[in-house]
Ligand binder design. Sequence first.
Ligand SMILES: [Zn+2]
Length: 139
Amino acid sequence: MNLFIRRRKNKEKIFYDWKIEKQCLNLIFEAAKSTYPNEFGGLLRVDSDHKYTISEIIILPGTIQGDSHTIFQLHMMPVDFNIVGTIHSHPSTSFFPSNADLQLFQKHGRIHIISAYPYDIKSFKSYNNFGNIINLEIV
Ligand SMILES: [Zn+2]
């Protein structure tokens, strides 16, 4: 089940001006730190007035946080069009997506964050559906 809007098919522009609220990013880092050495996973949510500003993290019920992978229980995903993508942490210093990550990116959402150890401003990257690094402005 794919609850995300498939914008690519509508030939809408795929390069958005994504932003994330600083407190939201800090929450990601804190959650990743407290879950270490396991992975932390969640969904990224925007608010209705600011469609490209991530302001909230949603933890899916039943998300399994393993030491090498986070299994998103996507059938548990709420019907919520303000959910724009995923966040997960890596227990290593690599913020590059794995093959499984790339498959997830293609299927679900438009922006995906990977936060790597030691979970700070220098150790995270954001990606589009294709696994290309995209800019994420902190506001
Ligand atoms: Zn990963």
